[in-house]
Design a protein. Structure first.
Length: 328
């Protein structure tokens, strides 16, 4: 079964899965949650993140994406960090997550915090803080992260396949998936702007270049000149070559992504889909002309909102000692 058909078959389950998991329990999240129990926690996470981003700034994009992928599956509970076991394939081994990287940064931050305050700070909070710090360290926006999340104990690969918006999603599917997480249409277009940094493998979009409808054709929604450029980099069946998502400024957090989308040069169908809704198209056009003047502020606000999706707080979940393993 193709990935598109599999997505369609499970699409309705996105809403059902969200209802089963319950409404986000956000009342226990607050700024400075560890002020008394581990006052140095956020500073330790920031310094650890800086050690890695200073040497490899391109890690910011996958760390941001990791936080997004965590929150969209079972809420922001650190479940994307769990390893698969003999009896269970975890989220990180689901197809949409195979390209995630930066787990070592999370592990390093967790280890440093554990030395200072064992058993106090959750992996879910560390991931949220690392994503924020990594983005701000490449001149992106900074936002205050409410903490108090607890770690989940369950991670299922199939749930990642069901809940994560695929690169071939249309605007109706995208709006429904974001709505199911309590996120608005504006959040959708703003968070899509995270594609201003990072790279993608050719395999995520080559069907748009060579076989869009199964007849050896090209996606008509993509700028023909851009198609020519991409074909020079990506041959049919190429699964190794990588392409900049925001050519020319993929290392810089800015509003150029919207300029690319407005020119019909978004890599994914889910990028160009932003032109198919009145509200998202208006936002794309606005920032393609203003060079993302208010994008940073909007992105910060949407990240705070996303970071509250489906969180476990209070006595729910637990505090994992190692982020890749459930406590024994």
């Amino acid at each position: 079964m193709s990935s598109q058909k599999l997505f369609s078959a499970f699409f309705l389950q996105v809403i059902l899965a969200t209802l089963v998991l319950g409404v986000a329990n956000v009342q226990c999240l607050k700024l400075g949650f560890y002020k008394k129990t581990c006052p140095a926690a956020e500073d330790i996470v920031r310094k650890t993140t800086a050690q890695y981003i200073s040497k490899a700034p391109t890690l910011a994009a996958p760390l941001l994406r990791m936080h997004f992928h965590d929150c969209f599956v079972r809420g922001c509970d650190g479940s994307v960090l769990l390893n698969s076991t003999k009896n269970n394939q975890a989220e990180k081994d689901a197809i949409p997550n195979l390209s995630l990287r930066g787990y070592h940064v999370i592990d390093a931050a967790k280890s440093a915090v554990e030395k200072k305050c064992p058993g106090v700070v959750s992996c879910a909070d560390i991931l949220a803080l690392v994503a924020r710090d990594a983005v701000s360290m490449i001149n992106g926006p900074y936002w205050k992260v409410p903490t108090g999340r607890r770690d989940g104990k369950v991670s299922v690969a199939l749930e990642a396949l069901i809940n994560l918006p695929p690169p071939f999603a249309n605007i109706t599917q995208l709006k429904s998936m974001f709505h199911s997480k309590g996120l608005s249409v504006k959040d959708l277009v703003v968070l899509s702007g995270g594609h201003t940094i990072g790279i993608s493998h050719c395999s995520s979009f080559t069907n748009r270049l060579y076989n869009f409808t199964g007849k050896g054709d090209t996606d008509p929604s993509m700028d023909p000149n851009y198609v020519i450029q991409l074909k020079k980099k990506c041959r049919p069946g190429d699964v190794t070559t990588i392409v900049e998502m925001d050519p020319g400024s993929f290392k810089t957090f800015d509003g150029d992504y919207y300029t690319m989308v407005a020119k019909r040069r978004g890599l994914f169908q889910s990028d160009v889909a932003l032109l198919d809704d009145v509200q998202t198209r208006k936002y794309v056009k606005l920032h393609s002309f203003s060079h993302g003047k208010s994008f940073g502020k909007d992105f910060a606000a949407s990240m705070v909102k996303m970071g509250k999706v489906g969180v476990l707080t209070g006595k729910a979940g637990g505090i994992r000692k190692y982020c890749a393993f459930v406590n024994k």
